[in-house]
Structure formats: C-alpha cells, structure tokens
Design a protein around this ligand. Structure first.
Ligand code: SAM
Length: 278
C-alpha cells in the first residue's frame, strides 16, 4: 500500500477531490496554463497544493481558493517555501471573484486562471469566471472529457448549448491534453481533458448589448424541446409576432431551434432583440 503522504486526510467525493500526484504531469499542466513571470494566477481548489507549486515557480503571485477547511493547515505547510502563494479559504461559487482578485492581486495584475476543477461545479464555475473576470487572459482547467467536447461543439452536435456559446464567444478554446482517470487519486469514473481558453481581444461577432446577448444565450435553451421562438417569449416577454419579426430579421426561420444557431446567428438575433425590448 502507498504510504499516506498527508496523514489522516480523507478525500471528500462530494467536493470533487480527485488529486494529481504525478510531478511531470503537474509541470506539464503548469506549462500549458501559459503562466509566466509577470502573471498573477487565481487557482480554484488547490487540494494539497500539488499544482500550486509549479504555478508559483512560474508566476509572480498565486492566490488559491479552497473550500475544504481541513486542507488549509496542510496547504500552509506544503507552501511554506512559496512566499508568492497565498491560500484563501472559501467557496468559489459564493465568492465575488472580481473583488477577491482586486484585493489580493491588485487592479493591474496580468491575470490567468488555472485549476484542476471539482467536476460537480464545472459549468457554473466556468460561466462565473468568464463573466466576473473579463481581464483574465486565459483560463486553463482540467474538466471531464465530455464537458471538454461540449466546449468545442458546434451547432447540431450533442451537448451544444449555452456553455459552448459563452466559451467560444469570449475565448479561443483548445483541448491541450487528455488525461486518463488513472492519473488521479482516487481515480474518478470519467476521463478528463485539460482545456485552455484564451480570452479573445475582440469578440468574433458584433453584439450591441452584451447583457441581452447573455440573456439570450441562457434563455434560448431553457426549454430544449420547444422552438427558439417559444423560448424568446419567456426570456424577453416578447409577443409571438415580435419574436417572429426578430427571427426573420436575423435571417432565421419560425421553427428554428436554439441548438441549430451558430455563434454569429446568435449575435445577430441578440442585436434584433435589443431593438424590441427598449
Ligand atoms: N489542485 C489539486 C490537484 O490538482 O491535485 C486538487 C484538485 S481537486 C479535483 C478539486 C479541489 O477543489 C479540491 O481541493 C476541493 O476541495 C476543491 N473544491 C471543491 N469545491 C470547491 C468550491 N466550491 N470552492 C473552492 N474549492 C473547491
């Protein structure tokens, strides 16, 4: 049996605690995270600090947010020799990330995000990171391989939906590495992919009101079995007539479903809706 490196620590399945111990894999992940000496890193879920260390060796500063209180003393010892690494106890989903970054890393830091994410909150965390940290130059995350497929999906693909559209609107998305379940302790039931999202300097299509676009992306898929027109009625309180006019002006048919729309069509439709909701 392998000696227990961290005493009596018990992995909490409910917190997605599948840790990586392989040093060469961790180095590779830190490289793929695009972190260099002028960058500050926000890490979600440092666990035992295995990824935090190679990140701290590359970055100016690292701030790591960990929900599990029992890991804090372990992390404090593990990161003793890394004065540029700071641990914050907290739940990423309940944290104002913009404020956290401002208060710990400063307004002007060149920000990157890196994480071996807890898979139970992947979609919510990615959405939160994209929305709350527009200044993050990149978001490099280990996620379930199938969710990686979703991020890269196109109209008509299984899994194409709000997450793909958001990620592709804000970022260039790349699958940097596939990582088999056996690389984790304990191994999860699924394989993983390390995905690198590089924030775009310029959006791939013109959106006149980003809040409307984001509302559309969310609202369009709420009732997947219904047509997009039906979803628009609820999302924007439009009359059927208004919804059909918006679709028509965006070059879309009455029966179209959200999962058929390209990013460019979603942008065009959002711009038409802006004119109807005042
Ligand atoms: N970074 C470590 C590694 O690569 O070995 C651990 C990764 S493990 C997949 C996910 C980590 O996220 C765990 O340490 C877990 O406690 C933490 N975590 C889970 N839910 C969290 C949340 N809501 N907010 C912050 N951290 C969370």
């Amino acid at each position: 049996m392998k000696p227990r490196k961290h005493g009596e620590f018990h992995h909490k399945h409910s917190l997605g605690q599948n840790f990586i111990e392989d040093e060469s894999l961790l180095e590779r992940l830190a490289d793929l995270s695009l972190v260099s000496a002028e960058d500050c890193v926000l890490e979600i879920g440092p666990g035992f600090g295995a990824l935090t260390k190679p990140l701290a060796r590359r970055a100016k500063r690292v701030v790591s947010l960990e929900i599990d209180r029992t890991l804090i003393p372990i992390l404090t010892v593990a990161l003793e020799r890394y004065p540029n690494a700071q641990i914050i106890e907290g739940d990423v989903m309940k944290t104002d990330l913009a404020r956290l970054v401002r208060e710990t890393l400063g307004e002007d830091c060149s920000l990157r995000v890196a994480a071996n994410l807890p898979y139970y909150i992947t979609t919510d965390v990615l959405t939160k990171l994209l929305r709350e940290l527009p200044q993050a130059k990149s978001i490099a995350v280990m996620i379930q391989k199938e969710v990686g497929d979703k991020l890269l999906s196109a109209p008509g693909d299984e899994g194409y939906g709000p997450l793909a559209i958001l990620c592709q609107y804000f970022c260039e998305v790349e699958r940097a590495l596939d990582v088999p379940a056996a690389c984790f302790t304990p191994p999860p039931k699924v394989d993983s992919s390390f995905m690198v999202l590089v924030r775009r300097q310029q959006a791939p299509c013109v959106v006149t009101a980003e809040d409307v676009f984001l509302r559309l992306v969310r609202g369009a898929f709420v009732m997947r079995r219904k047509t997009l027109a039906n979803n628009l009625l609820t999302a924007f309180q439009l009359s059927r007539e208004e919804a059909l006019v918006c679709l028509g002006r965006a070059g879309l048919g009455e029966k179209v479903r959200a999962e058929e729309l390209t990013l460019a069509q979603m942008c065009a439709l959002s711009n038409e809706i802006v004119g109807h909701i005042g």
